[in-house]
Design a binder for this molecule. Structure first.
Ligand code: SAM
Length: 292
């Protein structure tokens, strides 16, 4: 067995050897607890048939745990200073491919087709850079990638939003998007003490398993997400005010919007955060002829 990278001593030794200084702007908080990493790999159900896709390998702490269990690991790292370090720390593994790239700009379909065509299972596993958690998750969800799902570490506060229930302060358009595409579960919370340097917030690991079919029937996904975003635009306003103020053409269609709400039995004075995903689906289906 190889020595784990994710110990305080080994991490410090690697960083000193390369004179590496953390860039806060890139969300560089490296994990220094190998047991937590192994739990993440367990929760992701990584097997010898799995192609793992990692975002932000850092110095390879999670990458090596994935490489030991997966058929292949493909990782995207934005910081070029980490490439020679990764070549060294991961030199024992011949099933790892690192791309020096911003994952938000990566053509993930093309990379999967080239690098992971011969695996029967694909999973995203990552300790995400916290400054771009939401755009990364939205990209992975909306691009309809051929993956089973994702297990990602993120700020606890964002994890709570992803798995929130209607009527709570955490419930919002991100919750609805995640629920539409996946089944979400917070699997563990992680204290800030297991990172180097320590972030200012606690973290959580969330598992998102892609649904075969959305949980609701939506006639026009573009309108659905537009209605959802508009409904949460100003959380203290009523649903009716948010829809009329924030849907394009909403002001001119005030009466029609009110009629639609009343016909659906949705009180226009309710707040967006009280609607469940089924209500958003019927509302957007009824509004689609006006806004589609
Ligand atoms: N996986 C390592 C670990 O668990 O110790 C490092 C995780 S650290 C929280 C986030 C990593 O993502 C850093 O290595 C950072 O350079 C990288 N990163 C930041 N923004 C990125 C982006 N847009 N695309 C790819 N990698 C990014």
């Amino acid at each position: 067995m190889y020595k784990d990278i994710a110990t305080p001593r080994r991490t410090k030794e690697i960083l000193e050897r390369y004179g590496f200084s953390f860039k806060k702007s890139l969300g560089q908080n490296f994990l220094i607890d190998a047991n937590i990493l192994r739990k993440i790999v367990d929760v992701a159900d990584i097997s010898p048939d799995t192609g793992a896709i990692e975002i932000g390998p850092g110095i390879g702490a999670l990458t090596e745990q994935l490489a030991r269990r997966a058929k292949k690991v493909v990782a995207f790292e934005i910081d070029g200073r980490l490439l020679p370090i990764l070549a060294d720390t991961l030199s024992a593994y011949d099933n790892v491919r690192i791309f020096h790239q911003d994952v938000l700009k990566a053509d993930l379909h093309a990379v999967i087709a080239e690098e992971l065509a011969d695996v029967s299972d694909r999973m995203v596993v990552a300790n995400l850079p916290y400054y771009v958690t939401t755009p990364i998750i939205m990209k992975l969800l909306t691009e309809r990638l051929p993956i089973r799902g994702m297990v990602v570490m993120l700020q606890k506060e964002v994890a709570d939003r992803l798995a929130a229930k209607p009527g709570t302060k955490d419930y919002g358009s991100l919750t609805i998007a995640v629920q539409y595409y996946t089944e979400a579960e917070v699997v563990m919370t992680v204290p800030r003490t297991v990172f180097m340097p320590q972030p200012n917030v606690d973290s959580a690991v969330i598992r998102l398993v892609k649904r075969q079919h959305p949980p609701v029937v939506v006639d026009d996904e573009g309108v659905f997400f537009q209605v959802v975003r508009a409904s949460f635009a100003q959380r203290r306003k009523t649903l009716f005010n948010n829809l009329t103020n924030n849907l394009p053409g909403g002001k001119e269609n005030k009466e029609k919007i009110e009629r639609v709400l009343v016909a659906l039995g949705i009180d226009p004075r309710r707040r967006g955060e009280t609607l469940d995903i089924a209500e958003f689906a019927s509302l957007s289906n009824a509004l689609a002829p006006l806004f589609g």
